[in-house]
Design a protein around this ligand. Structure first.
Ligand code: SPV
Ligand code: MG
Length: 431
């Protein structure tokens, strides 16, 4: 009896899977691999049922002889162990990011004469409906809100990308790349005060009011499923902050980060070039405690951002504040720096981790951008935020286009740099 292998990365068995099972039966005995949570999140999307439930789903299929765990998107380990004669998959893996997986399988099978069977991918109304339903479930506030805490447990480091609109939300949601034989995507989204204000042509000084910031969140949540970390600036008055916490929870936001500054907040990347006042430990701790008391779910996180290194108050001050803010109830600490070198950030992380092994650490490597995610994770960082790169890449491109249209009195010269109309239309999901 020949051995056939396929891997399922799904929460629902639909006609597409049944078709693969039927086809596989023509070739031999079928083993199905179930992708682990970590692998599924890395390349597909967050599961809506547990790993155990996904295993059971597959075990319940009568035609299946064996069910195994596949704990990596790539097939190396599983093929080495099972040495299947055939690997069967929908032919949708012949292009796009999935092609990297097909190439991986092809290379592995070639070493001993195994073969790939591509079956036409089923994309009928039932499959479409199931796909949409899963996405909608993931987008619901009660599912989305808790996902940041879940990701912190599962991912070596959670990667968040700045978004400030539906379109940038779609980029964070859908961008997936193959690099060095691995597939990767962003885990979460950061609604930056800097970029949200900049998109509205306003300075980053808490001028864009909360109602308007909530509109941005609405635009993003309408078209995405990934968890949201909201840049709450100083959090405003404590009396207002408690309402903000409740609203964000209701909207399905996972976390707010508030910074320990007071008075007129300016963007941290100005450092001491402008007047900025740090809040007292007592006041800021009281604000955190009030927010924690106001929140209604266990999912929501209030993360305290410490500005001591930005304002050159020293490492000890930063660590003292971290201790106090955690004691006040903060669910995480963001430490910021505008130095080119990551040294002071790493020193903080090492010292903080030596006394607190659990509280999540968040960093924003805009200035110290040479450091890699792996290096940050090795120093105990849990969340890395790419806080403004989308805005900073879009603006020069748009400005150049505007200048060139004026220069040439027509748009032909810029056209080769532009996204084809067809592509921009297909970026938006149809209902
Ligand atoms: C933002 O993105 O608005 C931030 C991060 O607060 S930073 O601009 O680096 O201060
Ligand atoms: Mg900000």
């Amino acid at each position: 009896m020949k051995r056939v292998y396929t891997c399922f990365c799904t929460d629902v068995i639909h006609e597409g899977h049944r078709n693969i099972i039927r086809e596989a039966g023509k070739y031999g005995e079928l083993t199905i691999g179930v992708l682990s949570d970590a692998a599924m999140i890395r390349f597909n999307r967050f599961p809506t049922i547990s790993f155990e439930e996904r295993m059971q789903l597959v075990k319940d299929i009568p035609e299946v002889s064996n069910v195994v765990v596949q704990d990596d998107v790539m097939y190396d380990k599983v093929i080495e162990e099972l040495r299947p004669d055939y690997v069967i998959h929908g032919d949708n893996w012949q292009e796009g990011a999935l092609k990297a997986i097909r190439d991986n399988v092809e290379g592995l099978l070639k070493t001993y004469g195994g073969e790939i069977i591509d079956v036409p991918y089923t994309y009928n109304e039932e499959v479409k409906r199931i796909d949409t339903r899963i996405k909608e479930k993931l987008a619901m506030p009660e599912y989305r809100r808790k996902r940041l805490r879940q990701l912190i447990e599962i991912r070596p480091i959670v990667k968040a990308l700045e978004v400030h609109s539906g379109l940038t939300g779609l980029i964070a949601e859908k961008t997936i790349v193959e690099h060095d034989g691995e597939l990767d995507q962003f885990d979460a989204m950061w609604i930056s005060s800097l970029c949200d204000s900049t998109a509205k042509g306003k300075p980053d000084i808490e001028l864009v009011d909360m109602t308007s910031r909530f509109r941005t969140i609405d635009d993003v949540t309408e078209v995405t499923t990934k968890p949201i970390i909201f840049d709450g600036d100083t959090g405003g008055l404590t009396e207002h902050f408690v309402y903000t916490v409740r609203t964000l929870e209701k909207m399905g936001v996972s976390a707010i980060i508030i910074e320990d500054k007071t008075g007129l907040k300016k963007n941290s990347l100005f450092g001491n070039d402008v007047v900025q006042t740090q809040d007292s430990i007592e006041n800021f701790s009281a604000k955190i405690a009030a927010g924690k008391k106001a929140q209604l779910t266990d999912d929501f996180m209030i993360i305290a951002r410490i500005e001591s290194l930005i304002l050159e108050r020293g490492m000890e001050d930063a660590l003292n504040r971290a201790r106090a803010f955690v004691a006040a109830g903060a669910d995480g600490i963001m430490i910021h720096s505008r130095k080119k070198s990551p040294d002071e950030i790493l020193e903080f992380c090492d010292k903080f981790r030596a006394e607190d092994s659990k509280t999540p650490i968040v960093v924003v490597p805009s200035s110290f951008n040479s450091i890699t995610e792996n290096e940050l994770a090795a120093h105990g960082v849990n969340i890395v935020i790419y806080a403004n790169q989308l805005t900073r890449s879009a603006f020069p491109a748009m400005q150049q286009t505007a200048e060139d249209i004026l220069r040439y009195h027509r748009a032909q010269e810029v056209d080769s740099r532009l996204m084809p109309i067809k592509d921009i239309i297909t970026l938006i999901d149809e209902i």
